[in-house]
Design a protein around this ligand. Structure first.
Ligand code: HEM
Length: 613
């Protein structure tokens, strides 16, 4: 073969190979999931808007439960249905287990040491094992729950102070400080945040700033060639925050090592002791970065869920009333909730699930990335290097899975076995599969304990006289889904004030002081318009004063309350009240009528008593 033929032969081979390659590429591309047509350079970036969870849910209505977009240079596949979430997170778990690494996480090489961003590897498995068996196992959590109990007491004391001063509590901010302290006490047996506004904010602000930076859309993530420039300065600021946080943890670890040396003992009082005792399995750098992960992943997710739950309850007084009634009956009014009480509070648990369904704190889970050459899902190809977002927000509102999906209805979980633990793919606020949130066992203890204690210790009114139905429920997208307008609510010692007005009302019945009694009743009803006991006392006052028209009106109102407003008021109580009058020496047709009603109700009594039991 002469030289010319050889060149021609090579040229032909390369051309054929190129044609073959581009044919293969285009075939692969043609099997990409459907999606909106991309613009030059920016692709579909502009479609995201400032609420990508909502805009992608909307796009999925047109393009389907698996769709692909081009975000700058990054092919992104979005999953928006529970069967496909199951496919990606469970059936083909391994292929989708690598994380997409945001550039911000390159600060301090965090991604190389972080359990949340390491690929599935021996190092990652070892860190997960340490977390599962040494931090989040049932026995470990039982063992250190006393460290957390005290933090809940402090939150309630803080709310008590706000109550005394008549000022509102910023629920999200107080819950964040409490979550940070719940974590810092579980890990280091120290407080790292302070509930009051001015002091001890530095750590809280640092964690908050990390969340803010990590949640900002970063051009570098869509155009990786910009990495060196860091045009928005996100990685640069993140480096400063990480440095301060790592320094703080390093100091705490040094202190602990010193005190262990002095006491010459390696007893395990908290997580840091445990980790130091595992020096064969985890080195100092990994301990420090693990701490960063736990605070960043654990604090804001927990506190925003508490804030959303409170907001939903303040907006839905009927649900709030049921929650309070359950707490009062099971725990006793005014008491703190223990972690061991949670299993006896199905309605409170249902509230937490319903909150996580409507407001999942991590709406796209933590983004995944495909590392295998070709992955097939639902007949489509997910190409190597693609970012994969699972829209847990959209899945929780899928009308084919959920009746009235946008309505807050905790009752839906009372009869259902659907849970948040990663087995029911219509509800995956903690993700699923091997990368499921390891902090789940702690979160599902902390959230009901804090929420239940806030509800059982106070009554709450939204600041500024805002009516429940007017409460702004808009969200703000970031690393976690925040409430756009922080919830500010004023705590009331309902028990005390209500009791006070009721006591006065009672005295007015005896002294037949109608004017004062009615005013006392008005004050009591301004705290709780549907309070059954106040209505009964008021009826008695009217009867004592011979105001029979009013008695008749009240009787209707009480009947209405018993039927559907005040779950704490039973027929038995109503009958007692009626009986108290009818057995007195007064005589009036109204009393005869009440007696008649009593007799009629007696037939129902057994049934209602049984229902109540
Ligand atoms: C309401 C509370 C919480 C929610 C909704 C939540 C949600 C999530 C989600 C969605 C993921 C990603 C899962 C996936 O990709 O499938 C995750 C990962 C993670 N979470 Fe949580 N989380 C919460 C609380 C916590 C707590 C309290 C901690 C620890 C103190 C924690 C530590 C982590 C860590 C370390 C990861 C990374 C796991 C890995 O990549 O292997 N989380 N969480």
């Amino acid at each position: 073969m002469d030289l010319l033929s050889l060149i021609l032969y090579l040229f032909l081979t390369i051309t054929l190979l190129q044609v073959f390659h581009s044919l293969r590429q285009s075939k692969r591309r043609s099997k990409l999931p459907p999606g909106p047509g991309p613009l030059p350079v920016v692709g579909n970036l502009l479609k995201l808007g400032n609420k990508p969870h909502k805009s992608l849910a909307e796009l999925a209505k047109t393009h389907g439960p698996i769709m692909s977009l081009k975000l700058g240079q990054i092919t992104t596949v979005v999953i928006s249905s529970s069967p496909l979430a199951k496919e990606v997170l469970q059936k083909q778990d391994l292929a989708f287990s690598t994380r997409f690494i945001p550039n911000a996480i390159h600060a301090h090489d965090h991604y190389k040491n972080s359990v949340a961003f390491l690929p599935v590897s021996d190092r990652w498995r070892s860190l997960r094992k340490i977390l599962n068996s040494n931090m989040f196992s049932g026995s470990r959590l039982d063992g250190n729950q006393n460290l957390r109990r005290q933090k809940v007491e402090e939150l309630i004391a803080y709310a008590g102070k706000c109550c005394q001063d008549g000022v509102a509590v910023d629920i999200g901010s107080a819950a964040l400080a409490t979550s940070l302290n719940l974590l810092s006490n579980t890990m280091f047996s120290v407080d790292l945040a302070n509930l009051s506004k001015d002091s001890g904010r530095e750590f809280r602000d640092l964690i908050w700033n990390v969340m803010v930076e990590a949640g900002k859309p970063n051009l570098v993530d869509y155009f990786p060639f910009l990495a060196k420039i860091d045009p928005q300065g996100i990685r640069c600021r993140m480096t400063v925050y990480f440095e301060k946080i790592l320094e703080l943890f390093a100091g705490l670890i040094d202190e602990r090592l010193k005190s262990r040396e002095l006491q010459m003992t390696n007893i395990e009082s908290d997580v840091i002791d445990t980790l130091l005792n595992l020096s064969q399995e985890i080195d100092r750098t990994h301990i420090e970065h693990l701490c960063v992960d736990l605070f960043v992943a654990g604090a804001d997710t927990t506190s925003s869920t508490i804030e959303w739950a409170m907001a939903e309850l303040l907006r839905n007084p009927e649900n709030l009333k049921k929650a309070k009634a359950e707490l009062e009956q099971t725990i006793g009014k005014g008491k703190l909730i223990e972690e061991s009480d949670i299993s006896q509070l199905p309605y409170l648990q249902a509230i937490v699930k319903e909150t996580m369904r409507i407001h999942p704190s991590v709406p796209f889970l933590l983004p995944r990335k495909v590392e295998t050459d070709v992955v097939e899902v639902h007949g489509y190809t997910v190409p190597k290097g693609a970012q994969v977002l699972v829209n847990a927000w959209a899945i929780g509102k899928d009308p084919s899975m959920w009746k009235n999906p946008t309505t807050f209805m905790p009752e839906r979980f009372l009869e259902s076995k659907v849970d948040v633990r990663g087995q029911d793919f219509e509800l995956i606020p903690f993700g699923a599969g091997r990368r499921i949130c390891p902090g789940l066992p702690l979160a599902i203890r902390m959230i009901p304990v804090v929420l239940g204690s806030l509800l059982n210790s106070f009554d709450w009114k939204i600041e500024g006289g805002i009516e429940p139905e007017e409460l702004d429920m808009e969200d703000k997208f970031g690393l976690t889904l925040q409430k756009a307008q922080p919830l500010r609510a004023i705590p009331f010692h309902i028990g005390n004030y209500l009791d006070l007005w009721r006591t006065l009302l009672n005295s007015c019945i005896i002294t037949k002081n109608l004017g004062l009694g009615v005013r006392a009743a008005e004050r009591a009803l301004s705290i709780d318009a549907d309070d059954g006991a106040t209505h009964i006392l008021l009826t008695n006052l009217y009867a004592a004063a011979g105001k029979w028209d009013e008695v008749t009106r009240m009787r209707r109102k009480i009947r209405e309350l018993v039927l559907d407003k005040d779950p704490g008021l039973s027929w038995v109580e109503v009958m007692d009240a009626i009986h108290a009058f009818s057995s007195g020496d007064q005589s009036h047709p109204e009393i005869d009528e009440l007696q008649g009603e009593l007799n009629r109700l007696k037939g129902n009594m057994m049934r209602f008593e049984i229902d109540e039991i």
